[in-house]
Design a protein around this ligand. Structure first.
Ligand SMILES: Nc1ncnc2c1ncn2[C@@H]1O[C@H](COP(=O)(O)OP(=O)(O)OP(=O)(O)O)[C@@H](O)[C@H]1O
Ligand SMILES: [Mg+2]
Length: 282
Protein backbone atom coordinates (compact mmCIF):
# COMPACT_ATOMS: atom_id res chain seq x y z
CA UNK A 1 0.00 0.00 0.00
CA UNK A 2 1.39 3.43 -0.88
CA UNK A 3 2.15 5.81 2.00
CA UNK A 4 0.75 8.76 0.04
CA UNK A 5 -2.10 8.26 -2.40
CA UNK A 6 -3.51 11.27 -4.24
CA UNK A 7 -6.39 10.60 -6.64
CA UNK A 8 -7.95 13.09 -9.04
CA UNK A 9 -7.15 15.97 -6.71
CA UNK A 10 -8.45 19.39 -7.69
CA UNK A 11 -8.27 22.40 -5.42
CA UNK A 12 -9.29 26.01 -5.94
CA UNK A 13 -8.59 28.53 -3.17
CA UNK A 14 -11.62 30.47 -2.01
CA UNK A 15 -11.96 33.64 -4.08
CA UNK A 16 -9.77 32.31 -6.95
CA UNK A 17 -10.99 31.59 -10.44
CA UNK A 18 -8.29 29.10 -11.39
CA UNK A 19 -7.73 25.61 -10.00
CA UNK A 20 -4.36 25.57 -8.21
CA UNK A 21 -4.34 21.78 -8.47
CA UNK A 22 -6.15 20.52 -11.52
CA UNK A 23 -6.37 16.73 -11.53
CA UNK A 24 -3.36 15.38 -9.65
CA UNK A 25 -2.70 11.65 -9.29
CA UNK A 26 0.31 10.59 -7.27
CA UNK A 27 1.37 7.49 -5.36
CA UNK A 28 4.43 7.45 -3.14
CA UNK A 29 5.73 4.25 -1.56
CA UNK A 30 7.28 3.86 1.86
CA UNK A 31 10.88 5.08 1.94
CA UNK A 32 10.74 6.91 -1.37
CA UNK A 33 12.42 10.31 -1.70
CA UNK A 34 10.54 12.48 -4.18
CA UNK A 35 11.67 15.85 -5.49
CA UNK A 36 8.82 18.18 -6.46
CA UNK A 37 9.78 20.87 -8.97
CA UNK A 38 8.07 23.39 -11.22
CA UNK A 39 7.92 27.11 -11.84
CA UNK A 40 6.48 29.62 -9.37
CA UNK A 41 2.76 29.19 -8.91
CA UNK A 42 2.65 25.70 -10.45
CA UNK A 43 1.12 24.10 -7.32
CA UNK A 44 4.03 22.59 -5.33
CA UNK A 45 3.14 24.18 -1.99
CA UNK A 46 -0.55 23.53 -2.57
CA UNK A 47 0.14 19.82 -3.04
CA UNK A 48 2.20 19.65 0.17
CA UNK A 49 -0.56 21.49 2.08
CA UNK A 50 -3.06 18.94 0.80
CA UNK A 51 -0.89 16.04 1.98
CA UNK A 52 -0.48 17.43 5.51
CA UNK A 53 -4.20 18.32 5.69
CA UNK A 54 -3.93 22.12 5.85
CA UNK A 55 -6.01 21.77 2.71
CA UNK A 56 -8.99 21.36 3.20
CA UNK A 57 -8.99 21.92 6.98
CA UNK A 58 -7.31 25.31 7.12
CA UNK A 59 -7.36 26.74 3.60
CA UNK A 60 -10.93 27.04 2.34
CA UNK A 61 -11.91 26.38 -1.24
CA UNK A 62 -13.34 23.86 -3.68
CA UNK A 63 -11.91 20.38 -3.11
CA UNK A 64 -12.40 17.36 -5.36
CA UNK A 65 -10.75 13.95 -5.37
CA UNK A 66 -8.99 12.33 -2.43
CA UNK A 67 -5.74 12.25 -0.49
CA UNK A 68 -4.77 9.34 1.75
CA UNK A 69 -1.68 9.33 3.95
CA UNK A 70 -0.63 6.27 5.95
CA UNK A 71 -4.11 4.88 5.27
CA UNK A 72 -5.92 7.98 6.60
CA UNK A 73 -8.29 9.97 4.43
CA UNK A 74 -6.90 13.45 4.96
CA UNK A 75 -10.19 15.30 4.40
CA UNK A 76 -11.85 13.21 7.09
CA UNK A 77 -9.01 13.16 9.63
CA UNK A 78 -8.31 16.00 12.10
CA UNK A 79 -5.06 17.86 11.40
CA UNK A 80 -3.59 16.96 14.81
CA UNK A 81 -3.97 13.25 13.99
CA UNK A 82 -2.33 13.65 10.58
CA UNK A 83 0.46 15.56 12.34
CA UNK A 84 1.45 12.36 14.16
CA UNK A 85 2.24 10.80 10.75
CA UNK A 86 3.33 13.78 8.65
CA UNK A 87 5.75 16.58 9.50
CA UNK A 88 6.05 19.63 7.30
CA UNK A 89 8.64 22.38 7.04
CA UNK A 90 6.93 25.42 5.54
CA UNK A 91 8.30 27.57 2.76
CA UNK A 92 8.30 30.48 5.21
CA UNK A 93 9.53 29.14 8.58
CA UNK A 94 8.34 32.30 10.41
CA UNK A 95 4.78 31.01 10.19
CA UNK A 96 5.51 27.86 12.18
CA UNK A 97 7.64 29.17 15.07
CA UNK A 98 5.81 30.35 18.16
CA UNK A 99 7.82 29.44 21.31
CA UNK A 100 10.10 31.70 23.35
CA UNK A 101 13.20 29.49 23.16
CA UNK A 102 14.68 27.22 20.54
CA UNK A 103 14.53 24.15 22.79
CA UNK A 104 10.93 24.82 23.80
CA UNK A 105 10.04 25.07 20.13
CA UNK A 106 11.28 21.52 19.56
CA UNK A 107 9.93 20.17 22.87
CA UNK A 108 6.41 21.61 22.71
CA UNK A 109 4.93 19.32 20.02
CA UNK A 110 6.44 16.31 21.83
CA UNK A 111 4.75 17.37 25.07
CA UNK A 112 1.49 17.56 23.13
CA UNK A 113 2.05 14.05 21.85
CA UNK A 114 2.54 12.86 25.43
CA UNK A 115 6.15 11.74 24.94
CA UNK A 116 7.66 10.89 28.39
CA UNK A 117 9.99 13.60 29.76
CA UNK A 118 13.29 11.69 29.56
CA UNK A 119 12.65 10.61 26.03
CA UNK A 120 11.53 14.11 25.12
CA UNK A 121 14.78 15.63 26.40
CA UNK A 122 16.82 13.04 24.51
CA UNK A 123 14.93 13.67 21.27
CA UNK A 124 15.24 17.46 21.59
CA UNK A 125 18.98 17.13 22.20
CA UNK A 126 19.46 14.82 19.24
CA UNK A 127 17.44 17.01 16.86
CA UNK A 128 19.23 20.21 17.92
CA UNK A 129 22.65 18.60 17.50
CA UNK A 130 21.80 17.07 14.14
CA UNK A 131 20.69 20.42 12.74
CA UNK A 132 23.55 22.44 14.23
CA UNK A 133 21.23 24.33 16.60
CA UNK A 134 22.43 23.00 19.97
CA UNK A 135 24.38 26.12 20.92
CA UNK A 136 21.40 28.35 20.19
CA UNK A 137 19.02 26.42 22.45
CA UNK A 138 18.26 29.34 24.79
CA UNK A 139 17.70 31.88 22.01
CA UNK A 140 14.35 33.29 21.12
CA UNK A 141 13.34 31.91 17.69
CA UNK A 142 12.18 35.39 16.68
CA UNK A 143 15.82 36.56 16.93
CA UNK A 144 17.25 33.88 14.67
CA UNK A 145 18.37 34.45 11.08
CA UNK A 146 16.23 33.06 8.26
CA UNK A 147 18.58 30.11 7.83
CA UNK A 148 18.60 29.33 11.56
CA UNK A 149 14.79 29.40 11.54
CA UNK A 150 14.82 26.85 8.73
CA UNK A 151 17.18 24.62 10.71
CA UNK A 152 14.94 24.94 13.74
CA UNK A 153 11.83 24.02 11.74
CA UNK A 154 13.67 20.92 10.50
CA UNK A 155 14.78 20.07 14.06
CA UNK A 156 11.15 20.26 15.21
CA UNK A 157 9.83 17.79 12.71
CA UNK A 158 12.76 15.40 13.12
CA UNK A 159 12.10 15.25 16.86
CA UNK A 160 8.48 14.29 16.15
CA UNK A 161 9.68 11.27 14.12
CA UNK A 162 6.85 11.36 11.58
CA UNK A 163 6.66 8.68 8.89
CA UNK A 164 6.38 11.25 6.13
CA UNK A 165 8.47 14.43 5.86
CA UNK A 166 7.31 17.28 3.67
CA UNK A 167 9.85 20.00 3.03
CA UNK A 168 8.73 23.08 1.13
CA UNK A 169 11.88 24.83 -0.11
CA UNK A 170 13.65 24.12 3.15
CA UNK A 171 16.89 25.86 2.18
CA UNK A 172 15.59 29.02 0.51
CA UNK A 173 17.17 31.20 3.21
CA UNK A 174 20.42 29.27 3.62
CA UNK A 175 23.78 29.92 1.98
CA UNK A 176 24.96 27.17 -0.41
CA UNK A 177 27.23 25.47 2.15
CA UNK A 178 24.55 25.32 4.87
CA UNK A 179 21.97 24.23 2.30
CA UNK A 180 24.14 21.32 1.26
CA UNK A 181 24.81 20.38 4.87
CA UNK A 182 21.13 20.41 5.83
CA UNK A 183 19.93 18.58 2.71
CA UNK A 184 22.60 15.90 3.12
CA UNK A 185 21.53 15.48 6.72
CA UNK A 186 17.79 15.21 5.93
CA UNK A 187 18.36 12.80 3.03
CA UNK A 188 20.69 10.64 5.15
CA UNK A 189 18.17 10.68 7.98
CA UNK A 190 15.28 9.59 5.72
CA UNK A 191 17.38 6.84 4.13
CA UNK A 192 18.65 5.41 7.39
CA UNK A 193 15.23 5.53 9.09
CA UNK A 194 13.26 4.43 6.01
CA UNK A 195 11.19 7.65 6.04
CA UNK A 196 9.21 8.89 3.06
CA UNK A 197 9.99 12.42 1.87
CA UNK A 198 8.49 14.93 -0.50
CA UNK A 199 10.73 17.94 -1.00
CA UNK A 200 10.11 21.02 -3.09
CA UNK A 201 13.44 22.69 -3.79
CA UNK A 202 14.98 25.01 -6.34
CA UNK A 203 18.52 23.79 -5.66
CA UNK A 204 18.37 20.82 -7.96
CA UNK A 205 22.13 20.17 -8.07
CA UNK A 206 22.09 18.77 -4.55
CA UNK A 207 18.99 16.61 -4.75
CA UNK A 208 18.81 15.27 -8.31
CA UNK A 209 21.56 12.67 -7.72
CA UNK A 210 20.06 11.36 -4.48
CA UNK A 211 16.27 11.24 -4.94
CA UNK A 212 14.30 8.29 -6.33
CA UNK A 213 11.83 10.34 -8.30
CA UNK A 214 11.17 13.73 -9.78
CA UNK A 215 7.64 15.08 -10.07
CA UNK A 216 7.35 18.14 -12.29
CA UNK A 217 4.40 20.49 -11.84
CA UNK A 218 3.04 22.75 -14.53
CA UNK A 219 -0.07 24.85 -13.98
CA UNK A 220 -1.50 22.61 -11.29
CA UNK A 221 -0.85 19.36 -13.11
CA UNK A 222 1.90 16.77 -13.09
CA UNK A 223 3.84 17.15 -16.33
CA UNK A 224 6.41 14.44 -15.55
CA UNK A 225 6.76 11.72 -12.91
CA UNK A 226 9.72 9.39 -13.04
CA UNK A 227 13.36 8.80 -12.15
CA UNK A 228 15.95 11.60 -12.43
CA UNK A 229 17.78 9.43 -14.96
CA UNK A 230 14.67 9.13 -17.11
CA UNK A 231 13.95 12.87 -16.86
CA UNK A 232 17.41 14.21 -17.62
CA UNK A 233 18.03 11.79 -20.45
CA UNK A 234 15.48 13.77 -22.47
CA UNK A 235 15.22 17.14 -20.73
CA UNK A 236 17.37 19.79 -19.08
CA UNK A 237 14.48 21.24 -17.07
CA UNK A 238 14.36 24.49 -19.03
CA UNK A 239 11.46 23.09 -21.10
CA UNK A 240 9.39 23.12 -17.89
CA UNK A 241 10.56 26.51 -16.63
CA UNK A 242 13.01 24.91 -14.17
CA UNK A 243 16.57 26.11 -13.73
CA UNK A 244 18.59 23.13 -14.99
CA UNK A 245 21.10 21.51 -12.63
CA UNK A 246 24.65 22.00 -13.86
CA UNK A 247 25.87 18.50 -14.70
CA UNK A 248 22.98 17.37 -16.93
CA UNK A 249 23.00 20.81 -18.57
CA UNK A 250 26.69 20.55 -19.46
CA UNK A 251 26.07 17.03 -20.75
CA UNK A 252 23.20 18.15 -23.01
CA UNK A 253 25.29 21.03 -24.36
CA UNK A 254 28.15 18.67 -25.12
CA UNK A 255 25.83 16.20 -26.84
CA UNK A 256 24.28 19.01 -28.93
CA UNK A 257 27.73 20.38 -29.87
CA UNK A 258 29.06 16.95 -30.83
CA UNK A 259 26.02 16.16 -32.95
CA UNK A 260 25.96 12.63 -31.48
CA UNK A 261 22.85 10.95 -30.18
CA UNK A 262 24.11 10.97 -26.60
CA UNK A 263 24.60 8.08 -24.19
CA UNK A 264 22.29 5.55 -22.62
CA UNK A 265 22.81 7.12 -19.21
CA UNK A 266 23.02 10.79 -18.36
CA UNK A 267 25.60 11.83 -15.75
CA UNK A 268 23.95 13.40 -12.69
CA UNK A 269 27.02 14.10 -10.54
CA UNK A 270 30.33 15.78 -11.32
CA UNK A 271 32.03 12.40 -10.73
CA UNK A 272 29.83 10.67 -13.31
CA UNK A 273 30.52 13.46 -15.80
CA UNK A 274 34.27 13.12 -15.34
CA UNK A 275 34.00 9.36 -15.76
CA UNK A 276 32.01 9.79 -18.97
CA UNK A 277 34.46 12.32 -20.41
CA UNK A 278 37.47 10.17 -19.59
CA UNK A 279 35.83 7.13 -21.17
CA UNK A 280 35.75 9.20 -24.40
CA UNK A 281 32.19 8.03 -25.09
CA UNK A 282 30.17 10.69 -27.00
N1 LIG B 1 -3.38 31.09 0.08
C1 LIG B 1 -3.69 31.21 -1.23
N2 LIG B 1 -4.83 31.86 -1.62
C2 LIG B 1 -5.13 31.98 -2.94
N3 LIG B 1 -4.38 31.51 -3.94
C3 LIG B 1 -3.24 30.88 -3.61
C4 LIG B 1 -2.83 30.71 -2.23
N4 LIG B 1 -1.66 30.04 -2.20
C5 LIG B 1 -1.34 29.81 -3.49
N5 LIG B 1 -2.27 30.30 -4.34
C6 LIG B 1 -2.29 30.22 -5.81
O1 LIG B 1 -2.25 28.83 -6.18
C7 LIG B 1 -1.38 28.62 -7.28
C8 LIG B 1 -0.30 27.62 -6.88
O2 LIG B 1 0.48 28.23 -5.86
P1 LIG B 1 1.58 27.45 -5.03
O3 LIG B 1 1.97 28.35 -3.91
O4 LIG B 1 1.09 26.10 -4.71
O5 LIG B 1 2.75 27.35 -6.10
P2 LIG B 1 4.27 26.92 -5.92
O6 LIG B 1 4.55 25.95 -7.02
O7 LIG B 1 4.50 26.47 -4.54
O8 LIG B 1 5.05 28.27 -6.22
P3 LIG B 1 6.46 28.84 -5.58
O9 LIG B 1 7.55 28.17 -6.37
O10 LIG B 1 6.38 30.30 -5.86
O11 LIG B 1 6.46 28.52 -4.13
C9 LIG B 1 -0.83 30.00 -7.67
O12 LIG B 1 -1.61 30.52 -8.70
C10 LIG B 1 -1.01 30.82 -6.40
O13 LIG B 1 -1.22 32.18 -6.70
MG1 LIG C 1 5.68 27.13 -3.01
Amino acid sequence: MPVIEVKGLRFRYEGSEAWSLDGVDLEVSEGELVLVVGPTGSGKSTLLRAVVGLIPHFYRGDYQGSVRVCGLDVAETPVHVIATKVGMVFQNPETQLFSTTVEAEVAFPLENLGVPRDEMLARVEEALRATGMAELRKKNPAELSGGQKQRLAIASIIAMRPEVLLLDEPTSMLDPVSAQEILEFVVGYCRSEGKTMLVSEHRLDLLVPVVDRIVVFSEGRIAFDGSPQHFFLRHTGAEFGIKPPRVPEVYHRAVAASGSGGCERVPLTAGELVELVSSGDP
